[in-house]
Design a protein around this ligand. Structure first.
Ligand SMILES: Cc1ncc(COP(=O)(O)O)c(C=O)c1O
Length: 361
């Protein structure tokens, strides 16, 4: 029987050698490899600066701190996202104001304005599954109400909104390099991209105990730094990201072509160049289908089975949580199929055959 995992990291000899080279270099934290990776990332995303940090979540702390987030502030954010999207803001006493999704599973921009209050300070769209959120409309609303925008790009390395890469258009973009992501460093890692030099300086200072020089601490900061071996790995991954993303798009096209008559396949907007971090279908028979695929050696995932506004950690804190009908019905039906940059198309066909067989086609 075939064994097809949900995802798999990209790993080659060049990458192993780069890791070994960094291991033997004698420098381990925020040195040459990190500097080069930051420059190459900024160049790739299309920003002036990229600041590496220990994870997306670590980057979120740095960003909210640098931008002066305070208790009582409100941020508009989709509920349908990874839980860490909302964690850093809550630690600062700010409140996530949850917005329902549209058919792309990103936040529904038509619902934003009704949720703005005098306490709203920003919008945090998530380019979920690698599909960009509708940034034109988000920026229009943000300008009108004087709000900042931070893009959650954890699942969207290389995705484009119209001609620009995500992470290049807002105050800042936040990326994750967790092993399942389109671009990984074989461990935890993240980065913030921005065109704002002062913000980049603050982030660099805050990630390294609030210092600009070795012995002088300007503010009380954190240790959310990055390291050399992982930067060396990330630099190799970055050289392959476009090729791997293009393959993801080929896989997605094959799934859509073969499955759109039996399940709801994910749409791609005309302004989007999605990078299919996940390929997510929808069916009312999701749980049965999972079991069937499992019995045929096919790995699947659910991203995410419990919406954040219904997580115990959140319902314990807030009593005025909204009902989000689109999110609440999606979480019961969504299913992520195998997807990675080197997934053979014959395996995609095997997954499709197995799904068609399940639906009696
Ligand atoms: C949309 C989204 N935001 C944030 C994160 C958090 O990333 P990290 O694990 O690097 O902190 C993730 C990763 O799970 C994610 O998928």
């Amino acid at each position: 029987m075939k064994k097809i995992p949900l995802s798999r990291v990209f790993l080659n000899e060049e990458l192993r050698e780069a890791a070994l080279h960094a291991l033997n270099s004698g420098s381990y934290i925020l040195a040459k490899e990190c500097e080069a990776f930051e420059e190459e990332l900024a160049d790739y995303i299309g920003t002036k600066h990229a600041v590496l940090c220990s994870s997306w979540t670590g980057g979120g702390f740095l960003l909210h701190r640098a931008m002066g987030l305070k208790a009582g502030d409100e941020i508009l954010v989709p509920s349908h996202t990874a839980f860490p999207t909302i964690e850093p803001m809550i630690h600062f006493g700010a409140k996530p104001v949850f917005i329902d999704i549209d058919e792309t599973y990103c936040l529904n921009v038509d619902l934003l304005e009704a949720s703005i209050t005098l306490r709203t300070v920003g919008i945090l769209p998530v380019h979920l599954y690698g599909h960009p959120a509708n940034l034109d409309r988000i920026f229009e609303i943000a300008r009108k109400h004087d709000l900042w925008v931070i893009e959650d790009c954890a699942q969207a390395h290389g995705a484009r909104f119209k001609t620009n890469r995500v992470g290049s258009m807002a105050v800042a973009g936040a990326f994750s390099f967790f092993p399942s992501k389109n671009l990984t460093v074989m461990g935890d890692g993240g980065c913030i991209t921005t065109n704002d030099a002062a913000l980049a300086d603050d982030l660099r200072m805050l990630r390294n105990h609030g210092r600009k020089s070795k012995h002088i601490h300007e503010v009380v900061g954190y240790n959310l730094r990055f390291n050399e071996i992982q930067a060396a790995i990330g630099r190799v991954e970055l050289r392959y990201i476009d090729k791997l993303n293009e393959h993801r798009r080929r896989v997605a096209a094959r799934y859509t072509e073969r499955l759109s008559n039996v399940v709801k396949t994910p749409p791609e907007k005309e302004w989007a160049h999605a990078v299919y971090h996940m390929y997510v279908i929808r069916t009312e028979r999701r749980d049965e289908l999972v079991k069937h695929l499992q019995s045929k050696g096919i790995g699947t995932g659910i991203h995410y089975p419990v919406a954040n506004h219904q997580q115990p950690a959140i319902t314990k804190i807030y009593s005025d949580l909204p009902r989000l009908p689109k999110t609440e019905s999606a979480v019961k039906e969504i299913l992520s199929l195998p997807m990675y940059g080197e997934l053979p198309l014959e395996n995609v066909d095997y997954v499709c055959d197995t799904i068609l067989e399940f639906f009696g086609r």
